[in-house]
Design a protein around this ligand. Structure first.
Ligand SMILES: Cc1cc2nc3c(=O)[nH]c(=O)nc-3n(C[C@H](O)[C@H](O)[C@H](O)COP(=O)(O)OP(=O)(O)OC[C@H]3O[C@@H](n4cnc5c(N)ncnc54)[C@H](O)[C@@H]3O)c2cc1C
Length: 463
């Protein structure tokens, strides 16, 4: 372990190393580089001063106490798959890496709960639960690589959220290390519980700015044994979006309801050698689960065919392939200044209108666009891109992004459905929330973190 050479880090490192092994703290250039950013666009690059791997709650407490004593900003990090820059290092910060805290502490099938450390990978928990016929329902497309702690801190959504809700709906209780190193426990092991203010919900989605989540009690659901999957191709993306409302009117409840436009299908074909674009201009990928799946599927086919959709029932292998293709639609791409994937959500009744508006914006600003959406939730991921990194191209891209945000808000939507504000979306938050609401959030931040050491400059804009 190299020495940290810059004050106040010498004092910080000495304090940390009084409790942790030397191997748990690194200032090696490759570590500082690896853990400098997540997968969000980078607008203000900083390498951290050090990276610390906590292995226990006591380690986290020791690190937070050292940071408080030496006024060192801490960026808590799970797998670093966030796409809003929430885990980007900031000036002078230390990255607190929780991936080694990856033990499933308890699975209680009778109570239908699990207790986990924050670094447990979502997919690993689900693999363990599947043996018992249970699941942790929130399934961000990154579920094979992202941590439960990160899912909680971002209130992650996913494909199954159309039926089962987002991460907040699955979190019953949290263990949290506060900014002074105190450990608190919020919530309850029971499904119900209304004692006091709901601090558990406050921590969910707080992006590491209010405390460090060091343990979670989550609610489980039954892993469905009957699943039916439909691929419905439409002649245009607007009609596919209208299909979402048609399914709602048919009063069927898909567990997965994803929309992919023509350019997204072409990109998937290009990357994976599939033939999706030859089957139609836009796709609704629809899955039903549970004992009524076949009945719901029949009602859904009638509803989408009335709109001109071509529905095909997919066998389990093809269904899995299509869902995997959708989950991997980003490929290995990381957002950059010339390619930004958005995360707006609009009321479902506005989906058709919003998608048309996006296409018009892309044409007007001369940028490329593809749209995928967790359509059942009205949550869209339009990706705008330009070939060049020159100032004019990037300005066009940013103008399109700004317009897409303004339009989503005009239609009653939000600037982020599931990825969080992080660093990248700070500039848009005042467009959605009034100064009074922002001020309340700043006072909450001040109360939990008076020194401002927990992930500063993220989630809420400073005054
Ligand atoms: C291919 C791909 C697909 C994706 N699909 C989805 C999707 O479908 N739905 C979705 O919602 N997101 C998706 N994401 C975004 C990302 O995976 C999620 O935001 C995920 O929840 C982040 O988890 P993580 O472990 O990587 O957290 P990180 O990126 O490490 O951190 C995310 C934020 O949480 C904070 N944090 C992390 N752990 C803790 C903790 N224990 N205590 C306090 N704060 C903490 C960090 O400081 C940061 O602000 C996708 C990303 C990729 C790359």
């Amino acid at each position: 372990m190299a020495e940290i050479g810059i004050d106040p880090y010498q004092g910080f490192a000495a304090a940390v190393l009084a409790s942790l092994r030397g191997e748990q703290l690194s200032v090696a250039p490759e570590d500082l580089q690896t853990f400098a950013i997540d997968q969000g666009p980078v607008t203000d690059f900083h390498e951290p001063a050090a990276v610390v791997w906590a292995e226990s709650v006591a380690d986290v407490q020791a690190v937070v106490r050292a940071a408080a004593a030496h006024n060192v900003p801490l960026v808590t990090r799970g797998a670093g798959t966030g796409v809003s820059g929430g885990a980007h290092a900031t000036a002078g910060s230390v990255v607190l890496n929780l991936t080694r805290m990856n033990t499933i502490l308890e699975i209680n099938a009778a109570d239908e709960i699990a207790r986990v450390e924050p670094g447990v990978i979502n997919g690993d928990l689900n693999q363990a639960l599947a043996e018992l016929g249970l699941m942790f329902a929130p399934d961000p497309a990154s579920y094979k690589i992202s941590t439960i702690g990160g899912n909680i801190a971002t209130n992650a959504g996913g494909l199954r959220c159309a039926k089962y809700g987002v991460t907040r709906d699955a979190v019953l209780a949290l263990d949290v290390v506060l900014a002074d190193g105190t450990l608190i426990h919020t919530g309850h092991r029971t499904f119900k519980g209304v004692a006091g203010y709901d601090l558990t919900s406050l921590f969910v989605g707080s992006e590491g700015t209010l405390g460090v989540v060091v343990g979670a009690t989550v609610r489980l659901k039954y892993l469905p044994t009957i699943v039916r999957t439909l691929a419905v191709f439409f002649p245009d993306v607007q009609t596919a979006a209208a299909g979402v409302l048609a399914l709602g009117s048919a009063r069927v409840q898909p567990c997965i309801l994803e929309l992919l436009d023509g350019p997204s299908l072409q990109e998937l074909d290009f990357r994976n050698g599939s033939d999706l674009a030859s089957r139609g201009t836009a796709l609704l990928l629809i899955q039903f689960d549970g004992l009524a799946a076949a009945q719901e599927e029949a009602l859904a086919i009638a509803a989408v065919e009335e709109l001109g959709g071509t529905a095909s029932r997919e066998d389990p292998a093809e269904a899995q392939r299509l869902v995997d293709l959708r989950r991997n639609n980003r490929g290995l791409d990381v957002d950059a200044v010339n390619r930004v994937g958005e995360d707006v959500a609009v009321p479902r009744s506005q989906l058709v209108h919003y998608i048309s508006a996006l296409e018009e914006m892309a044409r007007r600003h001369g940028v490329d666009l593809n749209v995928i959406a967790h359509a059942g939730d009205g949550n869209l991921h339009p990706t705008f891109s330009v070939p060049g990194m020159d100032a004019i191209s990037v300005a066009s891209l940013n103008a399109a992004l700004d317009d897409s945000i303004a339009k989503a808000l005009e239609l009653g939507g939000t600037i982020t459905g599931e990825h969080g504000i992080g660093q990248y979306k700070l500039r848009w938050l005042p467009l959605e929330q009034s100064e009074q609401v922002l001020e309340i959030q700043r006072s909450i931040k001040d109360m939990f973190d008076p020194q401002g050491i927990l992930n500063p400059g993220k989630a809420i804009p400073t005054a």
